[in-house]
Design a protein around this ligand. Structure first.
Ligand SMILES: [Zn+2]
Ligand SMILES: [Zn+2]
Length: 395
């Protein structure tokens, strides 16, 4: 892999996380697949095709959420080697690459959420967090260093390498059992919906919804996203307690993946299903006055960017209008007798630069606070017994 130097400064980083990093040519098949469902206007579509579409959406969404996400990325429960392989094999049919690629990159998202090193934060643009990062050249390869535990299984490495086989086989099966309608609506439409259903957890769930816990990121809880993703919409809960197999923490927070996992545990197909001790559910709540470091950091970051770009604008303007040979660097610090407020009533370049510097310093302290919050959260230990309990050992 030839990454991941995703910018050393905030301003440079915004350039990294934009369409500039897109590999448009290799993204063409992705866009073409979106057009395939429109072929439905030229063939006969039966109700069975729609049933196939629904079954493949719900079934594969479960394999992605319970498999790629809650099992491979977060190890929130256990299963044997054969079910582990079958889960990964089934999930590859969703055309979201292999288990090691998916879970490895997702672990990086949790490690660096909404910072310069986050692979898909909406702070770098909604499009980038939704799908741009997948279509860019930067994250094409599997980073095995992030997922050494599962990369130790040769069968999983094989699935990761030949992850394209699953979708092709499923596509052919749909064609055989359902004809063109089965292929176009059953397979292609459900696959496209599945893509965006999964991707909104990375994009929308960091932008839209409410926050319950003071996490160092911008994650949100959303019923709508939970309904279309089998429970992944409780994303603020999830960033607060990533090791928990249960993401809908209240009785009314619908989390169908969790219900199925409980049933599978009762059947002894999975085991050691982790859930948080009750004590953690009543901590760090914004309602109780916990300081929202995640949003505090996000607001300051946006202010820093605005101040930074305003300062750059003034600097380049002054550089181009001046032949004194001093260049924009001479404006830095700017205390050369210029007025604080110019004739238009706007802040002068010097004070703007100073303001930008102050905001960047506020950002640095917010970053420190965020990473200490992150370290604290890493200490949380989970119980896998019965109901949420308070007697689990704490880290
Ligand atoms: Zn997230
Ligand atoms: Zn996660």
């Amino acid at each position: 892999m030839n990454e991941p130097n995703i910018g050393d400064t905030m301003v440079d980083d915004t350039v990294e996380g934009t369409a500039a990093g897109m590999a448009w040519l290799s993204a063409i098949p992705f866009f073409l697949v979106h057009l395939v469902p429109f072929l439905a206007f030229f063939v006969t579509i039966t109700w069975q095709d729609w049933v196939l579409c629904a079954v493949l959406y719900v079934g594969r969404m479960f394999l992605i959420t319970a498999g790629y996400h809650r099992y491979f990325a977060h190890r929130s429960y256990k299963m044997g080697r054969v079910p582990q392989f079958l889960t990964a094999l089934g999930a590859t049919t969703a055309a979201q690459k292999g288990p090691l690629w998916w879970a490895g990159h997702h672990r990086m998202h949790h490690r660096f959420t909404d910072t310069d090193r986050d692979i898909h934060s909406p702070r770098d643009g909604f499009w980038w967090s939704h799908v741009g990062w997948i279509l860019s050249n930067r994250y094409k390869e599997t980073d095995e260093s992030a997922i050494r535990d599962f990369a130790a299984y040769p069968e999983l490495r094989l699935l990761d390498k030949f992850n394209w086989v699953g979708p092709w086989v499923l596509g052919v099966v749909c064609l055989v059992i359902g004809g063109w309608g089965g292929l176009i609506i059953g397979f292609f439409l459900s696959t496209v919906l599945l893509w965006h259903g999964t991707f909104i957890v990375n994009s929308l769930a960091h932008v839209f919804g409410r926050r319950r816990f003071a996490t160092p990121d911008t994650s949100r809880n959303s019923l709508f996203i939970a309904l279309v993703t089998g429970g992944e919409g409780w994303h603020n809960n999830h960033h607060y307690l990533p090791a928990s197999a249960r993401q809908g923490l209240m009785w009314w927070e619908i989390d169908t993946t969790w219900y199925v996992l409980r049933a599978l545990a009762a059947l002894h197909i999975v085991s050691d299903v982790k859930r948080p001790p009750a004590r953690l559910l009543t901590q760090s709540r914004l309602r109780d006055g916990a300081f929202d470091i995640g949003m505090f950091r996000s607001y300051w970051e946006r202010a820093a960017r605005l101040a930074g770009s305003a300062t750059n604008g003034v600097s380049s303007l002054r550089a181009s209008s001046s032949d004194a040979g001093s260049g924009p660097g001479a404006d830095v610090g700017g205390d050369n007798g210029e007025p604080v407020v110019d004739s238009d009533g706007e802040l002068g370049a010097g004070p703007r630069q100073a303001l930008s510097g102050l905001i960047h310093r506020a950002m640095e302290s917010a970053d420190e606070l965020a990473s200490s919050t992150r370290r604290m959260r890493d200490g949380a230990v989970f119980s896998s017994r019965g109901t949420p309990t308070d007697d689990a050992p704490t880290g």
